[in-house]
Design a protein around this ligand. Structure first.
Ligand SMILES: [Zn+2]
Length: 145
């Protein structure tokens, strides 16, 4: 156990399109690929553009942490071990990217949620593995202010 405690603890993003910087002063963020030909942005890595079919290497761009709730549904039944109800949603980011996510920080009741409401991304450690590495997930919550 002593060995595990002295090993450098890492934060590992749960999905490849979430970036958790090594520098703790930098905020975790979602990233996307921007087509250099037509400017379309995709979530995470992308081999080719589905708009202009360019296969040129894409430019990595940092995505906004704030977006709008595009669509949501309140999930009442899920796999064993997953607490219900929860809010499953698609959030639109200003870059033109849609992200599937859960909305937290609000009672899962339709009266608390509105299409187009501002939401913001945040991260949470959801698991610590045997080596002490933290598995980091992203969620969205209603934006303050
Ligand atoms: Zn393109």
């Amino acid at each position: 156990m002593a060995e595990a405690q002295t090993a450098a603890k890492k934060q590992i993003p749960i999905v490849p399109f979430l970036r958790v910087p090594d520098d703790p002063s930098e905020k975790p963020h979602l990233w996307g690929s921007k087509c250099k030909q037509c400017g379309t942005v995709y979530l995470g890595a992308r081999m080719a553009c589905s708009k202009c079919f360019s296969t040129d290497p894409m430019e990595e761009v940092k995505l906004s942490e704030k977006g709008e709730l595009h669509v949501f549904s309140i999930v009442h039944q899920s796999a064993p071990g997953i607490p219900v109800p929860y809010v499953a949603a698609i959030v639109d980011l200003p870059e033109g990217v849609s992200v599937r996510c859960n909305i937290e920080g609000v009672e899962p009741d339709p009266k608390n949620l509105q299409f187009g409401m501002p939401v913001e991304m945040y991260t949470q450690v959801v698991h610590t593995d045997k080596e002490g590495n933290e598995i980091v997930a992203f969620k969205f919550r209603p934006a303050k202010g």
